[in-house]
Ligand binder design. Sequence first.
Ligand code: SAH
Ligand code: F3S
Length: 478
Amino acid sequence: MSIRSPAAGLFGARTGANLMPADFEPAKKRLHVITWGCQMNVYDSARMADVLAPLGYAPTETPADADMVILNTCHIREKATEKVFSELGRLRAIKSARQETGQRTILAVAGCVAQAEGAEILARAPYVDIVLGPQTYHRLPEMVAQASRAAGAVIDTDFPAEQKFDFLPELAAPQSPGGVAAFLSIQEGCDKFCSFYVVPYTRGAEASRPAASVIAEARRMVAGGAREITLLGQNVNAYHGDAPDSGSWGLARLLFALAEIPDLERLRYTTSHPRDMSDDLIAAHGTIPALMPYLHLPVQTGSDRLLAAMNRRHSIADFLRIVERLRAARADMAFSSDFIVGHPGESDADHAATLSLVREVGFAQAYSFKYSPRPGTPASGAPLHVSEAEKDQRLQSLQALLRSHTEKFNAGCVGLTVPVLITGAGRHPGQIAGRSPWLQPVHLSGPASLAGQVVPVRIKAAHTNSLSGDLQQERACA
Ligand code: SAH
Ligand code: F3S
């Protein structure tokens, strides 16, 4: 969707921040980024900070002393837009207060709400300086320069033909607190058009980043201290990036190449679609030790009828076969998933089928949502909407069941010695924290110098969302 394109030529040239002359010393400025939503947005926020660093922007903790504030928004569920306007109201007050002391605050709204509601944002919040969609982050330095000069707002929510991946500067540092567990975006957009999902309309067509560029970025992250990398994409297992030589690589091939990077201990990828769990990707779980035995595989519902209504294009039997084959490839595989209750047309029997699927698979973890109609999506106009009361009831029963499975899974770890990647200091002095192969946070006593190492930990207790244990002496873990 194009709202109002900026003057042609202004953003047309390849003027990424990496083209700054070496002796360019920009004035020091402070940047505050507020991030809502998915890991993709967390990653995008870090990249926006990266492209602005050569302009002199360094992060600051509060919007009150920021020369620029970016609100990176998420559009998945309802009330997203209202939440944006209420946050903008708060930021406006800060902007006005700074203005009174002669300081300027550039206010930018980014992400999916910016993409979908750009015009409304400008109409209702004229004090916003920049509105930019997820495809145009590499143009941010130019937009900032223009916003600094001009009085009017700058909007850029086009889907440009060139891929933003090609224009982003090289990463200076790993994208995670402490740098041990990093995210790397390799794919964007989705062409599947599920009935309920708004992102294909806001993030644009499916696009994969070239394999060589992914590998180079992963190497830089590892050089900067990353030991675990999670590959990100809207539909990450549909990845099909240009190969370093010719042709293209799927996700399995890319994972094999990344697994060869020395010191990269762990690989993960998210979010996957069951349709794109190819044979070679399933097999990779059995042959790449660094590929963690944990997969987030959203199924949304346990009912074939609803799967069809959602346009998911697979059956429950297909899903169960994938789970079974992954477990056959690697016995310690565990799964997490997403569920939607109350999609239009969902009956009591459909909901019962969802509960029965949960019992059959025994998910280690799951996210569940009440269906929320997103304007412009097919499901929002469908008949047979489920009442709020019924949605509430179904969500409660599903969440209680999912919680019991998570507790069972966590309790099953007690007594085991598991390899834990230490990510940094823990909550209390002398404590350190890490994550298990199944993404459970693990707390233990130990020296902070272990950060970045995979150490054996004997699990002694399971809590609602974490484990605690003792460091074992021997370092022999997978
Ligand atoms: N690409 C992923 C989904 C990413 S969105 C996939 O294909 O599964 C993350 C989750 O948000 C979805 O899996 C879904 O469970 C939930 N979600 C998305 N749109 C929603 C809506 N309109 N109402 C409720 N939940 C929704
Ligand atoms: Fe695509 Fe459906 Fe997921 S539209 S991003 S596969 S929810």
